[in-house]
Ligand binder design. Structure first.
Ligand code: ATP
Ligand code: MG
Length: 237
């Protein structure tokens, strides 16, 4: 369980996150959606430990991690730009983080990479470098790097937004399947309403650094609590 308590982030004169309270349950697929600049990425970066909160607390499994470094939070991030190392093969890209953490033997790492590769069906990408992969293939390798460590949570920031429409829809289905197989808590950020409503078990609608509503997609459609939510959800991307 991840708890955000009155979380706030200010950059100079901008309040990016303006007092957020939210509990993310174990194993759920939670989507954060809202217009550009509403504070989605900042919220995710606070969760990852990549930004320091101006105020408020973050707890993971009742442990206060507010000031804890990213590498001690046992979470995995997936970004829109994949952030693969261009000079490394798929296998190296997937195993690199585990190797540098130094907590696994080489044999254990190989085993886990092979498992991840089977889950994602990417065996044929392990010996290739990113330049020889399509966008969707790179994103699968980036997912491989995230799942190989078996983290407590995945944090995903618009991971599909660089893909064309057809591949994006296909990858949504794959993410849903992956989540039903692994059951890992996932926080997924997007500005795309359709994506949010398709992927989210619960959806957080943000505006201007604040949470407007948190509900299942069905309840958001049927019972929007604000005009903003009704208009945002009703408005196709
Ligand atoms: P998008 O959908 O465009 O990715 P977002 O919801 O992810 O938007 P954030 O990136 O969280 O929005 O930004 C929230 C606000 O904080 C914006 O006004 C942005 O300009 C500001 N902001 C974000 N990062 C910084 C930073 N490092 N320095 C100054 N201001 C920042
Ligand atoms: Mg963003």
């Amino acid at each position: 369980r991840i708890q955000l308590q009155d979380l706030r982030k200010e950059f100079d004169d901008v309040t990016a996150v303006d007092g957020i309270d939210l509990t993310i349950e174990d194993g759920e697929f939670l989507v954060i959606v809202g217009p550009s600049g509403c504070g989605k990425s900042t919220t995710l970066r606070l969760l990852a430990g990549l930004e320091h909160a101006t105020d408020g607390r973050i707890r993971m499994n009742d442990r206060d991690v507010t000031g804890i470094e990213p590498k001690n939070r046992n979470i995995a991030m997936v970004f829109q730009n994949y952030a693969l190392y261009p000079h490394m093969t798929g296998r190296r890209n997937i195993s690199f983080g585990m190797k540098s953490a130094g907590e696994f033997t080489d044999r254990e790492i190989e085993k886990r990479v092979d498992q991840a590769s089977e889950t994602l069906d990417i065996a044929d990408l392990l010996d290739r470098k990113p330049q020889a992969m399509s966008g969707g293939e790179r994103q699968r390798v980036a997912l491989g790097r995230a799942i190989v460590r078996d983290p407590d949570a995945f944090l995903m920031d618009e991971p599909l937004s660089n893909l064309d429409a057809k591949l994006r829809i296909q990858m949504r289905a794959e993410l849903t399947k992956l989540h039903s197989e692994l059951g890992t808590t996932t926080v997924y950020v997007t500005h795309d309403q359709t994506e949010a409503m398709t992927l989210g078990e619960r959806v957080v609608v943000m505006e201007d650094g604040r949470i407007m509503q948190v509900d299942t997609p069905q309840v958001l459609y049927d019972f929007p609590e604000h005009r903003f939510v009704a208009e945002f959800i009703g408005d196709p991307a």
